[in-house]
Design a protein around this ligand. Structure first.
Ligand code: MN
Length: 262
């Protein structure tokens, strides 16, 4: 099952993110979308949903606020936003492209399982729409180089849309932490690996009761050539196709053999 190539000028684009409706990266992504098509809608979470992953609000109502024409804020998760946009707001004439981001910070390797940015693209994919997540690498506390994604984002989208595209795939794009003129090209990558290198911070509230805060700092394992992490560290744009089939094929066969043994 393939999507045929799509002329971006004819695309009906739904823009979303996980950093929230007021995030600067949403402005960047809107600029990227507008460079491709005039038909752009925005539905983004009211509050920062980073780390929300693919969560869906099932036990609370959603409030939707029209910020301006074709721009809505929803007090839910990125997944809620995509569902609201596709199945309600644009329901008569659904989008042909979902763009999510531009996230403040990378979504590489194992990050993709935590990421609300990626999850919005997952939801678009599940709804049968071409979907691309975009994230911008940066070094705290330096300013985020949004101009890098703004410069290269439209071309990345054009090139990805120009090919036949498996309907099971979404695209995870990361921009390196270099200026727009210093990018070392675009690279097709696979998902790398890294581990949880953070720790749990313990503090005391004003009444002396401890509370805890997860300090998420991914560790860096060896930089394996061909992976998303390695491309980003080298200053290239990483373009990594993902899919939602999480089955581990080797283990499936091993288990099947073990369980069917006489
Ligand atoms: Mn985020």
């Amino acid at each position: 099952m393939l999507f045929s190539p799509l002329d971006p000028a004819t695309a009906r684009i739904l823009v979303t993110n996980d950093d929230g409706i007021n995030a600067p990266g949403l402005v960047s992504l809107f600029e990227i979308a507008r460079a491709l098509s005039k038909d752009v809608w925005v539905v983004a979470p009211e509050t920062n949903q980073s780390g929300a992953a693919h969560s869906l609000s099932l036990s609370k109502p959603l409030r939707a606020r029209e910020v301006s024409e074709r721009k809505w804020a929803v007090d839910g998760t990125p997944t809620d936003c995509v569902l609201f946009g596709v199945r309600h707001l644009m329901g008569e004439n659904p989008p042909t492209l979902v763009l999510s981001g531009v996230n403040r910070g990378t979504n590489l390797a194992d990050d993709v399982t935590y990421s609300g940015t990626i999850a919005a693209a997952m939801e678009g994919c599940l709804l049968g729409i071409r979907s691309i997540a975009m994230s911008q690498s940066y070094t705290h506390p330096e300013p985020v180089k949004w101009e890098t994604g703004e410069k290269h984002g439209p071309e990345v989208v054009r090139r990805v849309l120009a090919i036949e595209w498996s309907r099971e795939a979404l695209i995870n794009v990361n921009f390196p932490d270099v200026g727009p003129g210093d990018v070392e090209g675009m690279e097709i990558t696979r998902q790398g690996q890294r581990g949880f290198g953070g720790h749990i911070v313990e503090r005391l509230d004003p009444r002396g009761t401890p509370y805890y805060w997860i300090n998420y700092t991914p560790t860096e394992k060896d930089l394996v050539p061909g992976t998303d992490i390695e491309a980003i560290r080298r200053g290239a744009i990483s373009i990594n196709p993902l899919h939602l089939d999480l089955t581990h094929e080797t283990m499936r066969r091993r288990l099947r053999d073990a369980f069917t043994r006489k």
